[in-house]
Design a protein around this ligand. Structure first.
Ligand SMILES: Cc1cc2nc3c(=O)[nH]c(=O)nc-3n(C[C@H](O)[C@H](O)[C@H](O)COP(=O)(O)OP(=O)(O)OC[C@H]3O[C@@H](n4cnc5c(N)ncnc54)[C@H](O)[C@@H]3O)c2cc1C
Length: 392
């Protein structure tokens, strides 16, 4: 195997995705960035449906799921949405606020190319198609074993992300390495993905596939409002994606197709009408959806017994079921769980027990909601590590 990396490096960044590129461009010391894909920023380039929802103007630490409640505070306070906005403005990269607080670029590819360029301008040698195989610390140096030889470095930034979208290069490298170095990794779950549902609900969802409506989905005490999209396997759309962040296997979820309306009161008001419930609800819910959803419960109001009216109302406001599974890592926008943050310094992302090792981005046990939160975590955690590396 030819040794293509002969010297001892100041720092090596493993992973050329959102956090790795951001970190590389944010301090001046010479550094090497290693990426196993043929290009950097592959996931970033397709993020936000190709428009990259790169931050959320109103983000708060509470918008992140993390086993240590206050872990994200420092990094998020030090690198705000306005800081990333400024970077894009300086580079004349257009963006806009499409929903309140959610900022999207004109093109995700533009953001990815900008971060690549910025990294190179700030002293980064970028090596793509290099797979990192293992990481060890020997005395004061890290030994990085790669598909193209070993590299020695004083500092290492682990930025290889989570398990979601293996088709874009995601690997379990961060978790495997953390465990090999004696670090704890919390339970890993696919998050920000739809749900597969059991029969007979599956048949209903299949028949309604492609239709969407405003709904509420509750998991435990959390209720998510937003669009619910029916799919061939179950439900998806923003409300389902947000709910998946909190869902654990075997747990019930509850759907309300008439948020803000008490279906029982509403149906009772029309108790003597000769119309089926689906027609009575037509102003609030498409007839196609209510007919399918209610099935045999869609009877004429005038003929409905009290019990059947209540059952129809329950089906509309509080339909409970246990999903069979989520869409899995191949369709999840994020990995919930990760390297246990109790082992990481919150201001710098340096590992407490392995000085010189920094872990950033999705590899950590920090998962944001849909809406630009996860990319913002990639930027903020990268900026925290870069700030510290710039002083060493
Ligand atoms: C389809 C999709 C759309 C998304 N859209 C948005 C959005 O609009 N807004 C938002 O906030 N979040 C979005 N996300 C989430 C966001 O993309 C991630 O949170 C973010 O990319 C995480 O950054 P990261 O640097 O930690 O990991 P990544 O960006 O995944 O980067 C990790 C890099 O490490 C490389 N790598 C892995 N293993 C190795 C190895 N052994 N050797 C060398 N290289 C390796 C990978 O190829 C990859 O390039 C989306 C996710 C997906 C899947």
């Amino acid at each position: 195997m030819s040794e293509i990396f002969p010297d001892i490096r100041h720092s090596v960044i493993i992973g050329g995705g959102a956090s790795g590129l951001m970190c590389a461009g944010s301090y001046l010391a010479p550094k090497l960035l290693l990426e196993h894909n043929a290009r950097t920023g592959a996931k970033l380039a397709v993020s936000g449906g190709g428009k990259c929802n790169f931050t959320h103007l109103h983000l708060r630490a509470q918008d992140y799921l993390c086993s240590e409640k206050h872990f994200c505070h420092n990094a998020l306070a030090a690198f705000k949405p306005s800081d990333f906005v400024r970077l894009l403005q300086q580079a004349a990269i257009p963006f806009k606020e499409t929903e309140p607080g959610r900022l999207f670029a004109r093109s995700a590819e533009e953001v990815s190319e900008f971060l690549h360029r910025r990294a190179r301008q700030n002293n980064t040698e970028i090596s793509t198609s290099v797979q990192v195989l293992s990481l060890k610390k020997e005395k004061d140096l890290f030994c990085i074993q790669t598909s193209r030889g070993n590299i020695f470095s004083r500092y290492v930034v682990l930025a290889t992300g989570g398990l979601s979208y293996p088709q874009l290069g995601a690997s379990g490298f961060a978790y495997q390495t953390a465990r090999a170095l004696g670090l704890k990794v919390t339970e890993l779950r696919p998050a920000l993905t739809g749900f597969c549902v059991p029969e007979p609900l599956r048949g209903i969802c299949r028949a309604l596939a492609g239709n969407s409506l405003k709904a509420e989905i509750s998991v435990g005490k959390r209720t998510e409002k937003g669009a619910l999209l029916f799919t061939h396997e179950g439900i998806s759309g923003p409300a389902a994606l947000q709910a998946s962040l909190y869902w654990r296997e075997g747990e019930k979820i509850r759907i309300n197709l008439l948020p803000g309306n008490d279906a029982e009161t509403l149906l009772r008001t029309h108790k003597n009408e000769p119309l089926p419930f689906s027609r009575i609800l037509a102003q609030l819910l498409s007839c196609k959806i209510s007919k399918m959803w209610l099935g045999g419960l869609d009877v004429r109001a005038a003929d409905a017994s009290n019990a059947s009216l209540r059952a129809a109302a329950q089906q509309l406001n509080r339909f409970e079921f246990v999903p069979t599974q989520t869409g899995g890592f191949s369709r999840a926008e994020a990995t919930a769980g990760g390297v246990d943050v109790s082992q990481i310094r919150p201001a710098t992302m340096e590992c407490k027990t392995i000085p010189g090792l920094f872990i950033i981005g999705e590899a950590l046990d920090v998962t944001g909601r849909v809406g630009g939160y996860n990319l913002h975590w990639a930027w903020a955690s990268a900026a925290a590590a870069a700030e510290e590396l710039g002083k060493r």
